[in-house]
Design a binder for this molecule. Structure first.
Ligand SMILES: [Zn+2]
Length: 224
């Protein structure tokens, strides 16, 4: 029964989202009011640290920001309060010198902690030496139970709704998943090292779809 309800909720949210971006002018809104959820969106990398570079030159740091801006837009339509760790192409360090990456990560943690968020979502793009590897994957910290639950639901939603997704959510020892005790996940949206997926990841329709699936998963798991 719980599963059926979850399915219906997801369907309604995803369908109304899909309708909004396939041309309908209707506004995306949830039918029932809910308390404001505060979400921190963390666009990975920035500045000199561009992250992964796609086979045709797509920079992970740029694409992470594109996804975060789209997520922010959708989340605000659903009445969520969104805080971003960065809103432009720059990193969060004062200058490029030894230890700049640690300074960047500490600033991100500071932003997360000051936001007192209900959810933390870090956005990244993956790469791998084997170019056939592809698919979105959600990561969680083993000591963050609610993050694990969110990651597993989201991974399932990806598997059911995307042409390619990794088979399961995975635990990982990552700095951004340890900033607060609230559910924290890191999403590797896909592989820039796979030429076909690199192209897909930059397409407006795919960006919209993936972002709606992320928001739908968050709303189905995080209650306030
Ligand atoms: Zn990354």
């Amino acid at each position: 029964m719980k599963k059926q309800i979850l399915f219906i909720v997801l369907f309604v949210i995803i369908f109304s989202g899909l309708m909004a971006f396939i041309g309908s002018k209707q506004t995306v809104q949830l039918s029932s009011p809910r308390s404001t959820l505060t979400v921190v969106l963390d666009a990975g990398h920035g500045g000199i640290d561009v992250g992964a570079v796609g086979r045709s030159g797509t920079l992970e740091s740029d694409l992470n920001l594109v996804y975060c801006k789209k997520l922010k837009k959708i989340m605000e339509e659903y009445g969520m309060n969104v805080i971003m760790t960065r809103e432009d192409e720059n990193g969060l360090y004062s200058e490029y010198k030894n230890g700049f990456k640690m300074e960047d990560m500490r600033k991100r943690r500071e932003i997360v902690q000051n936001a007192n968020p209900d959810v933390v979502i870090s956005i990244h793009m993956n790469k791998f030496a084997v170019s056939s590897s592809r698919g979105a994957q959600v990561f969680y910290d083993d000591e963050n139970g609610s993050g694990k639950e969110l990651a597993e639901v989201m991974q399932k939603v990806f598997i059911e709704n995307l042409p390619y997704a990794r088979k399961e959510a995975k635990s990982a020892d990552l700095y951004m998943l340890k900033c607060v005790s609230s559910p924290s996940i890191l999403i590797e949206c896909g592989y820039l090292s796979n030429a076909e997926e690199e192209k897909l990841l930059t397409e407006e329709d795919y960006i919209n779809k993936l972002c709606y699936l992320i928001v739908a998963s968050v709303l189905s798991v995080i209650q306030k």
